[in-house]
Design a protein around this ligand. Structure first.
Ligand SMILES: [Zn+2]
Length: 525
């Protein structure tokens, strides 16, 4: 009997059996789907270069009742290929898996011979996110569209888009055009700090509202939700450069050209600030279709507090609202911001360092800071959580600090965040862009770690094995080489290179140079 080959599928499916026989797919193979699974059908026909039809046929997408959310069953047998699912997302992920199989199937004369198989699959986490920061460096539409394709291929479904920070405001505002003419512009392209000096000339980038809508529509066509972030009340030098009247002192300032966090902050006691945010957030919420809106809230505790402590308006607000500490003042500020986005039908997400018991339970907490784990565990019983711990999922950090194996070994149970009653929505990997200034640098930090991340987010921990993942990853690397995605070849922890800066410096970094050397060797072979 012929030994049936297994295909390399990332992330690993829940169950995989080989069946007798084969099925041959060509460009004349009909793809038929029920109406609501048309997008799933299109994903496949775009690859096969055909058009999906409604009805039943050679490759059939069938709706069945009672299957779990986002789950699918894929069967390949001599009589045809079927994808069964109860919802659109499940059908789509069936198409994604089938495409990955077709890419690996033996091909002769334009026909792909697929071995018989039965896969039943469902995600471990419902929220599987990837974040890109475009404030520090702007990648632009074409790069983002490619990232969305890569996300869909790995069954990631949430794109967290960090669009405002000290170093630049990146969405067109028609209500406050100075946020673009001043806030989207800074003096240098390359940021100073962490061993880097100012580089390049003026840097002026933002997405037009039309581009934003186009990108979100594309994401949605791949069943990826877009979560925009306007970081408040710290991380706002971009806004304060455009509107200095919103700070406690009213002094003029500039969009930041350095790495790190500016100490300037929005005044929390000035009603004009809340009026400004009402209008801005109304415009921004109206621009995006998704359910979630990220309101930031992180790192507003350092030098910021001296502004609030010395500001008569902030002090008056504290007295009036019986707030004892600057932290409580920030809670008051965030609560008001939450009400604003809620009014527009959005659910707010905020970083864990700001969240406390006084916060509305509807606010989702995004966990990033490892030293707040005790509080986070308690909050997880109260509100939905997204986990993106810095020591596992901050992919702008060097491979020496967060190697592939470490990403793969992540388990929320080890953090005490898998207890019954805790509301963990899922996981997210972060690509802060202080040092990621090109698509190449971004890809290098993303891959192969994002493949490991996708498996951690999708696959049940019980069936995950690193050695097995590495074997399947070998296929993905072949694919990435073919399509020109840059990935890191640096495997072994190389702790000596960590040094003072824990971030890898994109194309300027030693790890990148080392990986490129290995890449050259690989090409010679
Ligand atoms: Zn103030």
């Amino acid at each position: 009997m012929k030994l049936l080959l297994k295909y390399n599928i990332l992330p690993k499916p829940e169950r995989y059996e080989t069946l007798e026989g084969t099925y041959t797919v060509s460009s004349s193979t009909e793809v038929l789907c029920s109406k609501e699974f048309t997008r799933a059908g299109h994903y496949l026909t775009a690859y096969l270069k055909t058009n999906p039809r409604q009805g039943e046929g050679a490759i059939t997408f069938k709706k069945v009742e009672g299957m779990a959310k986002e789950s699918y069953v894929l069967r390949v047998a001599p009589d045809g290929i079927t994808v069964r699912a109860s919802d659109e997302r499940g059908a789509f992920y069936g198409a994604v898996t089938l495409k990955m199989i077709l890419m690996q199937a033996t091909k002769t004369e334009g026909k792909a011979v697929v071995n018989g198989l039965l896969i039943s699959d469902k995600p471990h986490h419902g929220y599987r996110g990837l974040q890109i920061d475009e404030s520090r460096h702007f990648f632009g539409k074409e790069v983002v569209l490619r990232v969305l394709d890569q996300m869909a291929m790995l069954k990631l479904n949430a794109f967290h888009w960090h669009l405002s920070d000290d170093q630049g405001f990146r969405i067109e505002s028609k209500v406050f055009p100075e946020l673009n003419s001043i806030g989207s512009r800074r003096r240098y392209a390359g940021l100073k700090g962490c061993g880097m000096e100012y580089r390049g000339g003026e840097y002026f980038h933002y997405y037009t509202q039309e581009e934003i809508r186009e990108i979100e529509a594309y994401a949605n066509s791949l069943y990826i939700d877009v979560i925009p972030e306007i970081d408040l009340p710290g991380h706002t030098r971009d806004m304060l450069a455009a509107h200095p009247e919103l700070s406690c002192t009213g002094e003029p300032t500039e969009v930041m050209c350095e790495n790190g966090v500016a100490s300037e902050i929005l005044c929390a006691g000035n009603e004009a600030v809340y009026a400004f945010l009402e209008q801005l957030l109304a415009e921004m919420c109206g621009l995006f279709k998704g359910k979630y809106f990220h309101i930031g809230g992180d790192e507003a505790t350092g030098g910021h507090r001296k502004y609030w402590q010395n500001c008569p308006k902030c002090q008056a607000a504290m007295v009036q609202n019986d707030l004892k500490t600057p932290k409580e003042l920030q809670g008051y500020f965030m609560t008001r911001v939450n009400e604003m986005v809620k009014k527009h039908g959005k659910t707010a997400i905020a970083w864990n360092d700001v969240i406390g018991d006084s916060f509305d339970d509807s606010i989702v907490c995004q966990y990033w800071l490892p030293n707040n784990l005790g509080t986070v565990r308690k909050q997880a019983f109260k509100r939905d959580m997204i986990l993106s711990p810095t020591d596992y999922f901050y992919f702008d950090v060097k491979y020496a600090q967060i190697p592939l194996r470490k990403v793969y070994r992540f388990d929320e149970a080890l953090l005490g965040l898998a207890k019954p009653g805790q509301r963990v929505l899922g996981l997210e990997c972060e690509h802060w862009s202080e040092f990621l200034d090109t698509e190449t640098a971004l890809q290098f930090s993303m891959f192969p770690r994002t493949a490991a991340f996708a498996e951690v987010a999708w696959t049940d921990p019980q069936i995950r094995r690193y050695s097995d993942f590495k074997k399947r990853l070998a296929w993905l690397k072949t694919y990435m080489r073919k399509v020109g995605i840059i990935y890191s070849r640096v495997e072994k922890g190389n702790r000596l290179t960590v040094g003072a800066c824990r971030y890898h410096l994109g194309e300027d970094g030693a790890e990148f140079a080392r990986s490129e050397k290995l890449r050259a060797l690989e090409t010679e072979k």
